[in-house]
Design a protein around this ligand. Sequence first.
Ligand code: FES
Length: 571
Amino acid sequence: MKSYRSSTWFGKKDKMGLIYRSWMKNQGMPEDMFDGRPVIGICNTWSELTPCNAHLRDIAESVRRGVLEAGGFPLEFPIMSLGETLLKPTAMLFRNLASMDAEESIRGNPIDGVVLLTGCDKTTPSTLMGAASVDLPTIVVPGGPMLNGKYHGHDIGSGTSVWKLTEELKKGQITYDEYAEVESCMSRSPGHCMTMGTASTMACMVEALGMSLSGGAAIPAVDSRRKRLAQLSGRRIVEMVKEDLKISKILTRDAFENAIKVNAAVGGSSNFIIHLTAIAGRMGVALNLDDFDDIGSKMPLLVNLMPSGKFLMEDFYYAGGVPTVLKQMQSVLKMDTITVSGKTHAENIAGAGINYNKEVIYEFEQPIIQEGGITVLKGNLAVNGAVIKPSAATPSLMQHRGRAVVFKDIEDYHARVDDPDLDIDETCVMVLKTVGPVGYPGMPEVGNMTLPKKLLDKGVTDMVRISDGRMSGTAYGTVILHVSPESAIGGNLALVENGDIIELDVANKRIHLEVSDEELAVRRSNWVQPPPLATRGYVNLYIKHVQQADKGADLDFLVGGSGSTVTRDSH
Ligand code: FES
């Protein structure tokens, strides 16, 4: 019988072996579970504080059933869960912490293969980053999106409709009672945001990378086929252990390139860039910001989902989901990359990939937009780069010169944005500082600043906005994000003053502050770094070690991996 990693715990015939087995038996486990069969960790991000993942214990049961059927020994364990909606100041601050939790939990325990149960935005990259640094056979089971929101006879989408309805409330177009009614209409089943927000983007990324079984991204959380996927994944991970199909055999450079192209086609979130870069960093795969532009920006937008489009994830699933997108894009993808099924993408979608709704998934030859990928901008305002999602922006603003209206931090923005005396019009460029990885800290999703009330009242729907923060994947607008280096460490964004002229030129990938180098040097000599917001604990560690957005905002000492070997045995 093949000997697995877990045998160095459960296979021991000494005092430690007795201890390892005996305490496990207090859960009622029979002797034969320790007979050398593959031990499968079910890494669960379940939490009632992460509503998008609150159903994952139920999904874990289906995984467990599959593992047992295949002759494995399933052991479910929790790690820190990250919910976008409740966790303050921003879930992104803790993505790297949760990745450390996942990494050390997997490595330090008798686990031969791992199933990652994910859902809300950060729960996917954090678990994948952690698993990548250990490099065991790994499969992802995404929790699935909520059912479409239904409100007053039409569909509404998580996040996207919140931004729209909040503007309508601000303009007095709807009452507060109507606004409050949305709460139940929008979130009417278990699952994550059902727009192409970051959670859906991450699920599509996972499938494009080959890290989940085919078709896994879009199945609604409550559709019985979600549990079927979980059970099949449980069976499959046992086989992956026997085949020694480690994560490093799947997450190759080709797999990352596929994910970048598919992200463009599905209209995925700008957060995709930061998370994919961080995962690549853990795998030792070279991937930089320019790669996203070179590989992705010319890809067509095929999927008509909010926030860029009209439909929602439930519609995407019924139209064919990611397999249909892969089929449409097969001429530009590396279809021979291996996936968790043990087969290539080409083999996975053979006989699948029918397009059941061409309003939801467009044909590759007749896309919604010819070049739908995220564009990387550079210039003196973002020496190491910034990003814009053109499919969510206003075409007429993609070439724009405007006067800067500066907010020094998010508190300043909230205090002044609706001041009737604020000197601003629709041609201005709103600039928000101190919301980067170090500055906030944690790089929150505030880049899509709501426009000033007086401009909304005038009927203005979009303006150019720039920050070193992020934007929710459910949001939209002509919003320049992830400016690097960020303002809190002295990037040129810190030096912008009210009245400066900023030029945005998306076609030429340029973001430029029309201030001379001499004047910038003077301003720099007078610049004072804002004090850190934490002097102890994890947040202090984060501030000292977080990398900039263009590097994936991972902690510098977490980049790379340590493998699955535990350096010292327990005694
Ligand atoms: Fe969890 Fe949107 S809030 S996925």
